[in-house]
Write a protein that binds this ligand. Structure first.
Ligand code: FAD
Ligand code: DHB
Length: 394
C-alpha cells in the first residue's frame, strides 16, 4: 500500500470540494480531492442554475470567473406570477446593484476542474471505498481504492465535501451530531427543453394546481420545473402531460404561454430542509450539502456550500500562517449563522409558492394575500430581494 501525505484531504469534487481546493492553492496550501464518480459524470450532472452575487464575486476574485462573465445570463430580478398576473421584482434596484446570475453548476465545476488541473492540482476521479481514519487525532488519514489498489493519504485536516449521501458525516461517532430536519410532501419535476427562452428573467409561479418555475440555460436550452408528488414515476409524465401542466400553471389573463420544444431530460427531486450541527469534529470539517440541505426553491444550496468553503479556506490559511486555531474553532458557528438564514428563506419561499394536500382553502387565501403583500410593499419586496441575491458573507 502506498503512503502519501498532504495538508488537506478533501472528499468530494462538487462545488464545495473543488472551490476549497482552489482557494487553498491560492493560499499556498496543498490538497488532494477524492471523488468516486468519473470526471465526465461530475462535469455532466445537471443541478443548480442560480448564483448569488457574492458567489460570482468570489469566483471572479479567485480567477475562475472569466467564462462565467462571458456566458452567464445576468438578470435584474425575477418575476412572481400568481392569480393570472405577473409581477417583476427588480432586485438590482432594491439591493443597490446586486444581480441574479444564471450559470449552471456543472459549468462552475468545469471551470474549477480546469483551473485545478492547469495548476497541477491533484483530483482523483473514480476512486472507491473512501474511508476516514483517526479524525480525532492530529494525523487523520483517508483510505481508498484507486485502479484496484488500496491507498492511504495522511493529512493535517480532512474536509468532508461529499454531499448529502457522502461518507464523511457517517464517520463521526454516533451521537456527535444534532440533526434538524423537515421533509416536504412534494418534489420537483425538472426538464431540459430545446427551445429559445420563454421569458427574459426567471418566473416563479404559484397556481392552485401547484408551483412552476421557468429558468434558462442558454439561448437554445431551457430549464423548467413543476411541483409534483415526490413518489411520482418519470415514466408517468409524457411530454404532453408536462406541457399541459406548464401551460395551466403559468397561464396569465393576457394569454402568455411557454415556448415549447423537445424535452431532452426529465428528473424528479425530493425536497427537504436539513442541518447537522456542529460542522466540525476533531480534524474533520463538513462543508456544503454534507452538512446541510435546502429545498431548491430559494436557489441557495450551491451558494451556501460556497460560503462554507470560503470560511474554511480562510480559517485553514490563518492556521498555516500563524498556527492560530481561533478561526478553525469558530468555523461551525460562523457558518451556521448564515446557513440558518438560508434555511429560513428556503423554507419560507417553498411554503409560500407550493400547494400541499393538507392545505385548506384558508391556507391558499393566506398564500395569495402574502404574494399580494410582497408585490405591493417595497419593504417586503426588499426582504425577498436581499435574501435571493444573497445575504452578506459576514
Ligand atoms: P455535491 O454537489 O453533492 O458534491 C459532492 C460530491 O461528492 C459529488 O461529486 C459526489 O459524487 C462526491 N461523493 C459523494 N460520496 C462520495 C464518496 N463516498 N467518496 C468520494 N466522493 C463522494 N443550489 C443553488 O445554489 N442554486 C440553485 O439554483 C440550485 N438549484 C438546484 C436545483 C436542483 C434540481 C437541485 C437538485 C439542487 C439545486 N441546488 C441549487 C443545490 C445544489 O445543487 C447543491 O447544494 C450543491 O451541489 C452542493 O454542493 P456540494 O459540493 O456541497 O455537494
Ligand atoms: C434553478 C434552480 C433553482 O432551484 C431555482 O430556484 C431557480 C433556478 C435552475 O436550475 O435554473
Amino acid at each position: 500500500m502506498s503512503g502519501e501525505r498532504v495538508a488537506v484531504g478533501i472528499v468530494g469534487a462538487g462545488p464545495a470540494g473543488l472551490l476549497l481546493s482552489h482557494l487553498l492553492h491560492l493560499a499556498g496550501i496543498d490538497s488532494v480531492v477524492l471523488e468516486n464518480r468519473s470526471r465526465e459524470d461530475v462535469e455532466g450532472t445537471i443541478r443548480a442554475g442560480v448564483l448569488e452575487q457574492g458567489t460570482v464575486d468570489l469566483l471572479t476574485e479567485a480567477g475562475v470567473g472569466s467564462r462565467l462573465h462571458r456566458e452567464a445570463s445576468f438578470h435584474r430580478g425575477v418575476y412572481l406570477r400568481f392569480a393570472g398576473a405577473t409581477h417583476h421584482i427588480d432586485m438590482q434596484e432594491l439591493t443597490g446593484g446586486k444581480r441574479v446570475t444564471v450559470y449552471a453548476q456543472h459549468e462552475v465545476i468545469k471551470d474549477l476542474v480546469a483551473a485545478r488541473l492547469a495548476a497541477g492540482g491533484d483530483i482523483r476521479f473514480g476512486v472507491s471505498d473512501v474511508a476516514l481514519e483517526a479524525i480525532e487525532t492530529g494525523r487523520p488519514a483517508l483510505r481508498f481504492t484507486s485502479g484496484g489498489e488500496p491507498r492511504r493519504i495522511e493529512c493535517d485536516f480532512i474536509a468532508g465535501c461529499d454531499g448529502s449521501h457522502g461518507v464523511s458525516r457517517h464517520s463521526l461517532p454516533a451521537g456527535t451530531l444534532q440533526r434538524y430536519e423537515r421533509i416536504y410532501p412534494f418534489g420537483w419535476f425538472g426538464v431540459l427543453v430545446e427551445a429559445p427562452p420563454s421569458s427574459d428573467e426567471l418566473i416563479y409561479a404559484s397556481h392552485d394546481r401547484g408551483f412552476a418555475l421557468v429558468s434558462t440555460r442558454s439561448p437554445t436550452l431551457q430549464r423548467m420545473y413543476l411541483q409534483c408528488d415526490p413518489g411520482d414515476d418519470v415514466a408517468d409524465w409524457s411530454d404532453d402531460r408536462i406541457w399541459a401542466e406548464f401551460r395551466v400553471r403559468l397561464e396569465t389573463r393576457d394569454g402568455w404561454a411557454p415556448i415549447e420544444g423537445p424535452i431532452t431530460q426529465k428528473v424528479i427531486v425530493g425536497m427537504r430542509s436539513l442541518v447537522h450541527e456542529p460542522m466540525r469534529h476533531g480534524r474533520l470539517f463538513l462543508a456544503g450539502d454534507a452538512a446541510h440541505v435546502v429545498p431548491p426553491t430559494g436557489a441557495k444550496g450551491l451558494n451556501l456550500a460556497v460560503a462554507d468553503v470560503r470560511l474554511l479556506a480562510r480559517a485553514l490559511a490563518s492556521f498555516y500562517r500563524t498556527k492560530d486555531e481561533s478561526l478553525l474553532a469558530r468555523y461551525s458557528d460562523d457558518c451556521l449563522r448564515r446557513i440558518w438564514k438560508g434555511q429560513r428563506f428556503s423554507w419560507w419561499l417553498t411554503t409560500l409558492l407550493h400547494r400541499s394536500d393538507s392545505d385548506t382553502a384558508f391556507d391558499r387565501r393566506r398564500q395569495l394575500a402574502e404574494l399580494d403583500y410582497i408585490t405591493s410593499s417595497r419593504a417586503a419586496m426588499t426582504s425577498l430581494a436581499e435574501n435571493y441575491v444573497g445575504l452578506p458573507f459576514e
